[in-house]
Design a protein around this ligand. Structure first.
Ligand SMILES: *[C@@H]1O[C@H](CO)[C@@H](O)[C@H](O)[C@H]1NC(C)=O
Ligand SMILES: *[C@@H]1O[C@H](CO)[C@@H](O)[C@H](O)[C@H]1NC(C)=O
Ligand SMILES: *[C@@H]1O[C@H](CO)[C@@H](O)[C@H](O)[C@H]1NC(C)=O
Ligand SMILES: *[C@@H]1O[C@H](CO)[C@@H](O)[C@H](O)[C@H]1NC(C)=O
Ligand SMILES: *[C@@H]1O[C@H](CO)[C@@H](O)[C@H](O)[C@H]1NC(C)=O
Length: 951
C-alpha cells in the first residue's frame, strides 16, 4: 500500500507541473476563442485545451504545437498573441474567408514554425518582413488572400523552405534577389516550388534569380506584369518540370539553349510579346504540354523539326505564332497526342494526316490557315475533331463539310459512374452516394495547376485519380465509403477544375474530427494525386454537421406525451441495463454452460474455439456503429434467418450483415459450427465471410457486400443492368464453378440446398457469387452416403427426388442449378401462372428447328437471335440437370466443363463476327460493352485497395 500512495503522489506532482506550464498556453487559447467567431464547439466545454478534446489543437508536453482550424467559418483578426505560442510548429487556418485584417509582425516570433498555411483567407495588407525570422519554415502558403505590397526580401533567409506559394494575391514590385546587404529568393536553394502567379508583380525577371544550386521543380509566374526578356540563366535550373510565364509582357528572344531543360514537362509562354525565332525544343524528350500562342515570333517558313520528334507531347498550342509551311504527317503519329491548336497561322497544303493518327487525338484546330485541299475527308475529320474553318478550302461556295464549322462536337461532362441503386431518394440534406448509401458528402473543388493532359475526356485519367483518393483515405484510416468526381473544366487560368464529393462510411454524416482530417489532407497536400495531375489546391465547401431533417416539428401535446414515454423508457432502459449487467456477470461466472465463446478471447487466437480461417469477431457495438444503428435505410433485405443490413467498415469496405432474429437464433454450438464452416470457404464465385458477431445475445454473420445485387434483380430488369447472351453464359459458369467448389473442394464438402437466382449475387464486374449458406449442410466425413434431413429449399427449385425421399445429395444442387439455367434464358420465374418452367420449355421446344424454336419463351433482352450461338447446347445441359433421377444428372464439375466449352464456342464466334470488340472476360478496362458503363467503373473499395500507397 505504501508504494501505491507514493506512486499516486508522484503522479499528482507530475500533473501539477504540467498544468502550470499549460496555463500559459491555456490563456492564449482562450484569447483566440474570444477573438474568433465560430470556434469549434469543443472549445466551449471548459475542458483542458491540451487534454485532447479541443478540436484542432495538438499539444506536446502541455504546450501547443499545432493549430489546425481549416474551413470552419472562423471570423475575426489574427491577434497579436499568436506570437506567444512559441512552441508552435504547424499553423493552418486555411479556407476561413472571414479571417481578415493584416498579418501582424508578431508572427515572426513563432521561431519553431515549420508549416504556415493561410490559404484562402481574407487577409490584406503587406506580408510582414519578420516572416524572415521563421528559419525552420518548410512550407509557406499564403495564396488566395488579398495581400498587397512587395514580396519581403527577408523570405530569402528561410533557407529550409521547400514550398513558397504566394499565388493569387495583389503583390506588387519586383521579385527580390540577393545582393551584398539583402537576402532574396535566389538563396532558397531547397525550394522546389515558387508559385507567384496571379499577382501584379512587375519589373524584369532578375537573371540572378536562377543558379545551378537550385532545386526548383515548379516556377509559376503566370498572369503578372513582368517585363523584359526571359533570362538565359533559367536553363541553369535543370530540375525544372513546369515553367509558367504566360500572360505577362515578356519580350525578346526565348533563350536559345532552353532545350537544356531536359526535365521540362509543361511549358506555358502564351500571351506575351516574345519575338525572334520559334525556340528549338529538340531534345526535350519528356515535354508533354507546350503553349506558345499569341506571341510576336518571326515569321517562319517551315514547321520546326522538333514538332514531330517529341514523342511525349500531348498538347501543342501555337495559335497565332506566324508559323508557316507544311505540317509533317509524323506529327499526328505522336502516340499520346490529344490536342493540336495551330489556328491563325500560315500553314499550307498539303495537309496529310498520317494513315494511323494517335488514337487519343480529340482536337486538331487548323482554323484560319492556308489550306486549300484535304482529300482524307471522310476518314478522319470527325474522329479527330478537325477544324478547318477560315481556310481557302472552306471558302469555296457551297461547302458543307463539318470541319468547316468552327466548333467541334461537345461531349457530355465526365462524372464518376454510379451503381444502379434500388433506393433512389434520400432524406433532405442527404445525397445518394455512388454505392447507394444516403449520406452527406464533404465537397469541394480541386484546381490542378499544370496537368499533363489537356483532354477532358480521358476516362482512365479520372479513374486513376479516383482510385488514388480511395487508397489515400483507406491508408489514412478515414471512414470514407466512396468518392465521386464530376464536371472537369478548364478555368481562366487554364487550371483543371474538378468537383469532389467524399461520402462517409457508417454514420451518414462526418463528425468534426473527420472533417478536419479531410481538410488537412488537401490543404497540406498530404494527398498526392497521380503524377499526371501534378500540383493542386483545393477549395472546400462549408460542411453542415447538423443531422438531416426527417421529422417535422411536433406540437406540444405530443411532446408532453413523448416526455412521459421517454421517462418510462429511461426506467426500462435502466432496468434492462441492470438485467444485462447481471446476465453478463452470470455469464462470466459460468461460461461453459451458456456460451461456448465466452472463454475465448478473440484477440489471442488461441484456445479451443473456434477454428476460423480469416474471419474476425465483431462486437455488437462495432456493428451497430458500422450500420448506423441498424437503421432502416441500411436494411437491404429480409430472409428466413432475419434481416440483412448494409454497413461499412472503417477502412471503407462495404459489408452485408445477416442478423438472426431473436427467435430464430441457433444454439451457440451450432453457430460456432456454422462460422467455422463458412470461414473455410474461399472461392472467387462464392461470397466470402468477413466475420461474425456473437455478443449480447446476437448472432450475426458479416459478409462482403456485393454491389450489383442478385441475379434475379438483373433478370427481372429491376437493377437496370442489361445481360446479353455472353454475360449470361459467364454468370452460369461462375455459379457452376462456385457450386463445384462447394461440392468437391470445400472441406468438408457442402451441399448448398437453396440454389436460386436470389442467392446468386453479381459483383461490380458482374462476376457471379453464390451466397446464402443459411441452409447449407456439410456432408459428414465418415460416410459419404446421402444425408437424411428435413426438406428445405425454395419452391420451384427443389429436387423432386430429394423431396420424395428426403435423401440429400449433391445432385439436388445440380437440379436447382438446371432451373436457374432455364431462368437465365427465359427471365421467367420457375413457377409463373401455375406453370412450371421446366415443363414450359419442354413443351415449346422443337429440336429440329433453329434455336429449338424457343423464341417465344426467350427473354427478349437476351439479344438478337442470330447471336445466340450455343443456346441449344445450353438448353440440353439445363434439361440434363433437371432429369428426374439424380444419377442421370451431371455432376457440377461436368456442368462446368460443358459450360466452358459453350463459352469458348460463343467467344470464338464473337471474335469472328465483327461485333465482338472486347474480350468476353471483360478484361479491357476502356471498353464498356457488353454491359453498361455504370458497372464497369464501379469503384468498390473492396477491389481497389490492393496497391500500396506510393510514398
Ligand atoms: C536575414 O539574414 C540576415 C543575415 O543572415 C540578417 O542580418 C537579417 O536580420 C535577417 N533578416 C530577417 C528578417 O530575418
Ligand atoms: C487587387 O486589387 C484590385 C484593385 O487594386 C482589386 O480590384 C482586386 O479585387 C484585388 N484582388 C485581390 C485578390 O484582392
Ligand atoms: C540591395 O538591394 C536592396 C533592395 O533591392 C537595395 O535597397 C540596396 O540598395 C541594394 N544594395 C546594394 C549594395 O546594391
Ligand atoms: C553553389 O553552392 C556552392 C557550395 O555551397 C557555392 O560554393 C557556390 O558559390 C554556389 N553557386 C552559386 C551559383 O550560388
Ligand atoms: C536544335 O537543337 C538541336 C540539339 O541542340 C540541334 O542539334 C539542332 O541543330 C537545332 N536545330 C536548329 C534548327 O537550330
Amino acid at each position: 500500500m505504501g508504494t501505491r500512495i507514493r506512486q499516486f503522489l508522484v503522479i499528482i506532482c507530475i500533473k501539477f507541473s504540467i498544468v502550470s506550464a499549460q496555463n500559459s498556453d491555456h490563456a492564449k487559447l482562450q484569447v483566440l476563442r474570444r477573438t474568433w467567431k465560430n470556434t469549434p464547439p469543443t472549445w466551449n466545454d471548459g475542458s483542458d485545451p491540451c487534454g485532447g478534446s479541443w478540436d484542432g489543437i495538438t499539444c506536446t508536453n502541455g504546450r501547443v504545437t499545432e493549430i489546425n482550424l481549416v474551413n470552419m467559418q472562423l471570423r475575426g483578426n489574427l491577434p497579436d498573441d499568436i506570437g506567444q505560442f512559441t512552441e508552435l510548429q504547424i499553423l493552418d487556418l486555411s479556407n476561413n474567408i472571414g479571417l481578415t485584417g493584416s498579418l501582424n509582425s508578431q508572427i515572426g516570433n513563432l521561431r519553431k514554425l515549420t508549416n504556415l498555411y493561410l490559404v484562402g483567407c481574407g487577409f490584406t495588407g503587406p506580408i510582414p518582413g519578420t516572416i524572415g525570422y521563421l528559419e525552420n519554415l518548410i512550407f509557406l502558403s499564403l495564396n488566395l488572400n488579398g495581400f498587397t505590397g512587395p514580396i519581403p526580401a527577408s523570405i530569402g533567409n528561410l533557407t529550409n523552405l521547400e514550398w513558397l506559394d504566394l499565388n493569387g494575391n495583389n503583390l506588387t514590385g519586383s521579385i527580390p534577389v540577393s545582393n551584398e546587404t539583402t537576402p532574396g529568393l535566389d538563396m532558397l536553394t531547397k525550394a522546389q516550388h515558387f508559385h507567384l502567379g496571379d499577382n501584379q508583380l512587375s519589373g524584369d525577371i532578375p537573371p540572378t534569380l536562377f543558379n545551378s544550386n537550385m532545386t526548383l521543380i515548379h516556377l509559376l509566374l503566370e498572369n503578372n506584369k513582368l517585363t523584359g526578356t526571359i533570362p538565359s540563366t533559367l536553363v541553369l535550373v535543370t530540375s525544372l518540370k513546369v515553367v509558367r510565364l504566360d500572360r505577362n509582357s515578356l519580350r525578346g528572344h526565348v533563350p536559345s539553349n532552353i532545350n537544356n531543360l531536359i526535365n521540362l514537362q509543361n511549358m506555358f509562354m502564351y500571351n506575351n510579346q516574345l519575338s525572334g525565332p520559334i525556340p528549338n525544343l529538340t531534345g526535350m524528350s519528356v515535354l508533354n504540354y507546350i503553349d506558345l500562342s499569341n506571341n510576336a515570333f518571326d515569321q517562319s517558313e517551315v514547321i520546326p523539326p522538333w514538332f514531330s520528334t517529341l514523342q511525349a507531347l500531348r498538347t501543342i498550342k501555337m495559335h497565332k505564332t506566324k508559323l508557316g509551311g507544311q505540317l509533317p504527317a509524323a506529327l499526328f503519329r505522336i502516340p499520346q497526342l490529344q490536342i493540336v491548336n495551330l489556328s491563325n497561322n500560315r500553314i499550307i497544303d498539303p495537309l496529310n494526316i498520317s494513315s494511323n493518327p494517335s488514337t487519343q487525338l480529340q482536337l486538331v484546330d487548323l482554323g484560319n490557315n492556308q489550306i486549300g485541299d484535304f482529300n482524307q475527308r471522310s476518314e478522319y475529320s470527325t474522329s479527330i475533331g478537325l477544324i478547318l474553318a477560315g481556310n481557302p478550302i472552306c471558302k469555296e461556295s457551297g461547302v458543307t463539310e463539318t470541319f468547316c464549322s468552327s466548333t467541334t462536337k461537345s461531349s457530355t461532362p465526365y462524372s464518376t459512374p454510379r451503381n444502379k441503386c434500388v433506393t433512389a431518394s434520400c432524406d433532405s440534406g442527404l445525397v445518394l452516394s455512388p454505392n447507394c448509401q444516403c449520406a452527406r458528402p464533404y465537397t469541394g473543388s480541386f484546381f490542378f495547376k499544370a496537368p499533363f493532359f489537356s483532354s477532358l475526356e480521358n476516362l482512365t485519367i479520372y479513374s486513376s485519380l479516383h482510385d488514388s483518393l480511395m487508397e489515400f483515405f483507406q491508408n489514412a484510416g478515414l471512414p470514407v465509403s466512396s468518392v465521386s468526381l464530376t464536371n472537369p473544366t478548364r478555368n481562366v487560368d487554364d487550371y483543371l477544375q474538378i468537383k469532389l464529393e467524399v461520402f462517409p462510411c457508417g454514420e451518414p454524416i462526418f463528425n468534426r474530427t473527420e472533417i478536419l482530417r479531410l481538410e488537412l489532407a488537401f490543404t497540406k497536400s498530404s494527398f498526392k494525386p497521380p503524377e499526371e495531375f501534378y500540383i493542386y489546391y483545393f477549395i472546400p465547401e462549408t460542411y453542415n454537421f447538423f443531422p438531416s431533417t426527417k421529422h417535422k416539428s411536433l406540437n406540444t401535446g405530443i411532446i408532453v406525451g413523448l416526455a412521459v414515454v421517454c421517462c418510462v423508457l429511461v426506467v426500462l432502459l435502466v432496468l434492462a441495463g441492470m438485467y444485462s449487467f447481471c446476465r453478463k456477470e452470470a455469464a462470466e461466472r459460468a461460461p461453459e454452460q451458456s456460451q461456448p465463446f465466452a472463454l475465448w478471447d478473440p484477440t489471442s487466437g488461441s484456445g479451443d474455439v473456434p477454428q476460423l480461417k480469416g474471419a474476425r469477431s465483431f462486437t455488437f457495438e462495432e456493428l451497430q456503429k458500422y450500420t448506423n444503428s441498424f437503421s432502416e435505410i441500411n436494411n437491404i433485405g429480409k430472409g428466413g434467418y432475419g434481416m440483412v443490413y448494409k454497413g461499412c467498415l472503417p477502412n471503407g469496405q462495404l459489408i452485408a450483415i445477416k442478423r438472426a432474429q431473436r427467435g430464430s437464433a441457433q444454439g451457440g454450438l451450432e453457430f460456432k459450427t456454422e462460422i467455422e464452416l463458412l470461414s473455410r470457404v474461399h472461392h472467387k464465385n462464392v461470397v466470402g465471410l468477413i466475420g461474425f458477431c456473437f455478443d449480447q445475445g446476437e448472432q450475426m454473420l458479416v459478409y462482403e457486400y456485393i454491389v450489383n445485387g442478385t441475379l434475379k434483380d438483373s433478370l427481372s430488369g429491376r437493377s437496370g443492368i442489361r445481360l446479353d447472351w455472353m454475360r449470361r453464359i459467364k454468370i452460369a459458369l461462375g455459379t457452376a464453378r462456385g457450386l463445384q467448389y462447394l461440392h468437391d473442394h470445400a472441406d468438408p464438402p457442402i451441399i448448398h440446398r437453396d440454389v436460386k437466382t436470389n442467392n446468386i449475387l453479381l459483383d461490380e464486374r458482374l462476376v457471379a457469387k453464390v451466397a446464402d449458406f443459411g441452409l447449407s449442410k456439410p456432408l459428414s466425413y465418415t460416410d459419404m452416403t446421402p444425408v437424411t434431413t428435413q426438406v428445405k429449399g425454395t419452391m420451384g427449385y427443389v429436387d423432386p427426388e430429394y423431396y420424395m425421399t428426403q435423401q440429400l445429395t449433391e445432385k439436388s444442387d445440380t437440379y436447382s442449378f438446371g432451373v436457374v439455367m432455364l431462368e437465365i434464358i427465359t427471365a421467367r420465374n420457375p413457377i409463373e401462372k401455375d406453370r412450371y418452367i421446366v415443363r414450359v420449355v419442354k413443351e415449346v421446344m422443337d429440336k429440329n428447328k433453329e434455336l429449338y424454336d424457343l423464341h417465344e419463351v426467350l427473354d427478349p433482352a437476351i439479344g438478337l437471335s442470330s447471336h445466340l450461338k450455343g443456346l441449344e447446347r445450353f438448353v440440353d445441359l439445363a434439361l440434363s440437370c433437371v432429369e428426374e433421377l439424380g444419377n442421370q444428372r451431371p455432376t457440377m464439375s461436368e456442368v462446368v466443363k460443358e459450360l466452358e466449352s459453350i463459352m469458348e464456342l460463343v467467344g470464338r464466334n464473337l471474335v469472328e463476327s465483327s461485333s465482338a470488340l472486347a474480350s468476353y472476360e471483360g478484361a479491357s478496362k476502356d471498353y464498356n460493352y457488353p454491359y453498361s458503363n455504370d458497372s464497369l467503373f464501379t469503384y468498390s473499395e473492396c477491389s481497389s485497395s490492393t496497391k500500396l500507397h506510393p510514398k
